[in-house]
Design a protein. Structure first.
Ligand code: AMP
Length: 189
């Protein structure tokens, strides 16, 4: 069983690359953002709690996403591998994930990081707001908060995974196919 993490700032193209990777390598895609949006749509208590946090661009509490991830892992042990997208987003989440996988006598194989500048992040999010109608993409204040949260809370994961020799960075500017080609080469190594 392979465990990959797709990493990068909001708007890096994680969702687009995830869809291609999942299909080519037969992986189970776990996007915490998608799972949370599903809860919001279904109007569950968790969804109601997450809705306001997401609208502001803040991160939902670690315990909530860790619970969702644990559930996905234990209920999908028949798949070839996992591709986590948008998780972990804090060092505490990364530590929790390491612990969950250690309990299954396994661990993360690699972090696939898509690198783009803050300027491109802004452009891509504005573009996505028009296509996907995501509330958290439409508001400048929310976008700024998400980028600030990324730098403050998520970027420290780079050092965390570099220390484990599991961090691999890919240039995120170029066509979808070019970026997919760079990542595929790594997976097939
Ligand atoms: P995404 O679709 O990955 O951009 O996620 C949308 C929003 O969901 C984020 O801006 C956060 O508010 C929330 N979210 C998604 N994944 C996580 C996570 N791992 N930890 C905390 N909040 C998350």
């Amino acid at each position: 069983m392979k465990y990959y993490i797709l990493f990068g700032p909001p708007g890096a193209g994680k969702g687009t690359q995830a869809a291609l990777l999942v299909e080519k390598y037969n992986l189970h895609h776990v996007s915490t953002g998608d799972l949370l949006r599903k809860e919001i749509k279904a109007g569950t208590p968790l969804g109601l709690q997450a809705k306001e946090i997401i609208a502001k661009g803040d991160l939902v509490p670690d315990a909530i996403v860790e619970g969702m991830i644990k559930n996905e892992i234990v209920s999908n042990q028949d798949v070839k591998g996992f591709l986590f997208d948008g998780f972990p987003r804090t060092v505490a989440q990364a530590e929790a994930l390491d612990k969950m996988l250690a309990e299954l006598n396994t661990g993360i194989d690699s972090i696939i990081s898509i690198a783009i500048s803050d300027e491109v992040v802004h452009q891509r999010i504005h573009h996505r707001a028009m296509i996907e109608n995501r509330a958290d993409d439409a508001n400048d204040e929310t976008i700024r908060t998400r980028i600030a949260n990324y730098h403050e809370k998520t970027e420290p994961l780079i050092a965390f995974y570099k220390a484990q020799n599991k961090y691999f960075e890919f240039e995120g500017e170029g066509t979808i196919e070019e970026i997919f080609g760079r990542i595929s080469k790594h997976i097939e190594k």
